[in-house]
Design a protein around this ligand. Structure first.
Ligand SMILES: Nc1ncnc2c1ncn2[C@@H]1O[C@H](COP(=O)(O)OP(=O)(O)O)[C@@H](O)[C@H]1O
Ligand SMILES: [Mg+2]
Length: 232
């Protein structure tokens, strides 16, 4: 039995570049099931990050609907969207987005802090996730004292402490050497095997092909949708 987790219906998004409108998403329709592993490929500027940000509710479409677990998310307050985001979504970015003057542990604690979790519980939770990700011995290091692969693990930990159902990764290996990139992907795939719905934007076709479902975007449209293995 598959459950539809994410359902995008006729999403449009246009940016104004000066006076010139640029349609970045053009009537996008997409359904993603719980537990799927989806990659999004396509040329630079084709709208991949915009689509991912829509799925993560970081950005709102001009029109169309986004049903998350069958519930509308577009025409609700920003506060409700923020709550849905905290409850369901984790993000990983190419540049890690860590705060330079906070330790690895403090960075990973941030979403828990925002959620009002006590300092003691935050620490326990983060160290537990660090253990699973193999970075326990780096918890008090600053980002600049870490390798790229370690920084990305800290970013993954920061997402995972909130126990999201959906993990969105925008070019997660873009700033990593091949070996650390593969390690990070292995880790994300492991989380997918444990049940998380994984959506990865990537330039790298070898990486894109590892997903069970491979989407291609061109000029704000999904032009190809290849399902490689049936997910159950
Ligand atoms: N906030 C914004 N304001 C104006 N233009 C934007 C904004 N965000 C993205 N764009 C433009 O939209 C297009 C698609 O961007 P993006 O989704 O980042 O593409 P991709 O991730 O596929 O490279 C690009 O031409 C980009 O310059
Ligand atoms: Mg992008």
């Amino acid at each position: 039995m598959t459950t539809s987790l994410i359902k995008l219906e006729n999403l449009n998004k246009t940016y104004l570049i000066g006076e010139q409108p640029l349609q970045v998403l053009n009537q996008v329709n997409l359904t993603i099931n719980q537990g799927d592993y989806v990659s999004i490929m396509g040329p630079s500027g084709s709208g991949k990050s915009t689509l991912l940000n829509m799925i993560g509710m970081l950005d709102r479409p001009d029109d169309g609907e986004y049903l998350l677990k069958a519930k509308p998310t577009v025409n609700i307050t920003e506060e409700k969207r923020a709550q849905l985001r905290r409850d369901h979504v984790g993000f990983i970015f190419q540049n890690f987005h860590l705060i330079p003057r906070l330790s690895a542990r403090e960075n990973a604690e941030l979403p828990l802090m925002i959620a009002g979790i006590s300092a003691k519980q935050r620490k326990v939770k983060v160290l537990n996730v660090f253990e699973k990700l193999g970075i326990s011995d780096r918890s008090e290091h600053l980002p600049k004292q870490l390798s790229g692969g370690q920084m990305q693990r800290v970013a993954i930990a920061r997402a995972m402490v909130m126990e999201p159902e959906i993990l969105l990764a925008d070019e997660p290996t873009g700033n990593l050497d091949q070996k650390s990139g593969l390690e990070v992907i292995d880790l994300l795939e492991e989380l997918n095997k444990q049940g998380i719905t994984l959506i990865v934007v990537t330039h790298d076709s070898n990486l894109g092909k590892r997903a069970n479902r491979q989407l291609t975007m061109v000029d704000g449209k999904i032009t190809q949708d290849i399902i490689r293995n049936a997910t159950t």
